[in-house]
Structure formats: structure tokens, C-alpha cells
Design a protein around this ligand. Sequence first.
Ligand code: SF4
Length: 182
Amino acid sequence: MQKELIEQLLSDPSLPCAVHELAWVSPRTIPFSEGVRSMCAANRCGMYGKSWACPPGVGDWQTLRDECYAHAHALIFTTKHVLEDDFDIEGMQKAAEDHKTFNRTLCDLLEARDIPCLLYGAGGCTLCKTCTYPEAPCRFPTRAHRSMEACGIDVGALARLCGIKYNNGSLTVTYFSMLVFG
Ligand code: SF4
């Protein structure tokens, strides 16, 4: 019942873009690994040590894995965005922003229907203008969106497991999210 409702909400008109592909999986099959998590320390995205939603503040990957595995259902979905050319920085920024807005709006829709869930997104949490890390606790611990990789999820392996394309070809950018509940 909740699965059907969630699938309906994925095409709600208030969402900024469409879902490209989706798959339901058992949370316990989601591949977590220390190797993925340890890549965050290289700080290529510039968010390492800057947010409660990124390492090390987000917590150890085994605890995050066990938290995910404690749920009954997991929905993996992607949004796909078309770029004008290889140098379309504006298009890439808009794609990232639209995916984040999609996630936030979806969580609001779920909250309004009293469906508690955890959403793992792409990139660091941008809910607050300035994160409280590390001076004070997270302002919105149930609304902060952790990136899948920050939790140690091997998104490439997960895509293969689900039969969802990791990459949708040239001049496109694809973002993944995961929702767990139940
Ligand atoms: S909700 Fe705010 S305080 Fe919490 S991780 Fe996100 S940006 Fe930081």
C-alpha cells in the first residue's frame, strides 16, 4: 500500500523533474563498503569535515549500514538531465539543484502523509545556509540528507543490482537517490 502511494507521489506535479528509472530492493542487499566510504577522505567534493551529513560527522559506515538494513523496503530512483554540451556548467548546477529539490519535496510529501522514511541523496546536505558542524548539533537531524557515497554505498554496484543505468550517455547527467522505510 505504502509502495503504491510512494510511486504515485514520484509523479506529483510539485516535483521539479521526472523520475527516470526506479527499482525496489530489499535493504539488506544494498552494497555498503569501507572502500567507498574511505574515498570521502580525499575530499574531492570539498565537503569532508564540513557537515553532519558527510564524514566524519555522519558517523561510521557500519552503523549507517545497520540503520539502513533495519528497514523493510528500499526504493532506488534516478533523475536524468540533458546538457547542452560538455561545458554546460550551468546545466550541471541546475541538474544537481533540481535533484536536491526533488528529494526535499518528496520528503515533504511523505511527511504530510505521515510516512517516516530516510532519504539518501547525491552530494552533501544543503538544507541550512551554514551547517552547524561541528560546534552544535544538526538543526534538522531527520531532514538532513546524507549522500549515498558518504554512507559507504557503492552506487555503481547498486545500479547493476537494480538494473538501473548508472550513466545515460553523453550530454546527460544522472543522479541517484534511495528512500528506505518500514
Ligand atoms: S540539516 Fe543543516 S545542520 Fe543538519 S547537516 Fe544539513 S546543513 Fe548541517
